[in-house]
Design a protein around this ligand. Sequence first.
Ligand code: DAH
Length: 367
Amino acid sequence: MTVDTTTQTLAQLGAATLDQVESRFTEIRASFDAEISRDSVSGDWVAFVAQWTGRKSGVLTRIADNWLKSAAPELKKVVGLEFQKLKAHVESSLESKRKEIESAAEHGAAARDRVDLSLPGAERAIGTRHLIRQTYEELTRIFLSIGFSVVEGPEIETPYYNFEALNIPEHHPARDNMDTFYIEGAREPHLLRTHTSPMQIRTMEKQPPPVRIVVPGKVYRRDNPDATHGYMFHQIEGLAVDTDITFRDFKGTVEYFVREFLGPKARTRLRPSYFPFTEPSAEVDASCHVCGGSGCRICKFSGWIELFGAGMVDPAVYGFVKNGYDAEKHSGFAFGMGIDRLAMMKYGVTELPLLFQNDVRFLRQFP
Ligand code: DAH
């Protein structure tokens, strides 16, 4: 680098005439011009500026120290003049280069931030409701449309509400398929409810007749997990009690529900059954939604699909409730559906665990 000459005095450099002095300055200037026009100068800008204008060892300082101070008297004036010219040139070049670098950087940032309005928008997947939630909403919608309201209740229950008040005394065989999880350490014994039916009692205790409710929620059983069983599933309970409710109201309501849920062509069949809290009790079947009743693999060639249990409220239940409920004056019907079961049946899902594994590849199929 030519600027090395600035570490020596002019005498040492053998510059004794005006011409020789001028050509030394010309060299320095040419070297500066070459360096400032390098492409890489913006990358080491701070070092470059220091190299030329640094107070201690910048090129300008060295020229002032080594050339100017020790210049022979007859050269002093011209060295001074040349130095001022060089200094002005260096400083103004640095200033305009600095502006150039800055505006290039701003330009780059602006280009990066510019919004291209012609691009398609970024689509954000907001997901879908879970199949169980969808079915839950469909079921409640159907019952809301005929004047039922929705209530919810505790998942941790007492044996009284879960069993006794529903006319299921201790040691009754109906408890056999309702083994559940018991909670130790509580002052009163508690359990995880095995069905939503306890809310029949809780609602009637709070609200004198008439009542018309559905109760969706989680229920628990000590079942061995398989394709259609788990330790937890969802039910929706229904209860209607008034002074003039007959079996015809029950049947009409059930048929309305089946047509709303499975389509106008679906037919309903009531099969005699048994529940301690209904009398008479029935299993509600619908004509197979796949084959329409002619028989197929889904309905096991019977033409019918079992939907849920139901019946007229057993008069004994009113005896547990009191609160203005009188078996002589009041009558009503009740039903209890498995939400998961209905969802699986309607949408052809064969494995219950799929509903709880939250694999989006499965869930996405039900937009
Ligand atoms: N609680 C019953 C169960 O979980 C279902 C049921 C049947 C509920 C008949 C009812 C009913 O309200 O009337 O198996």
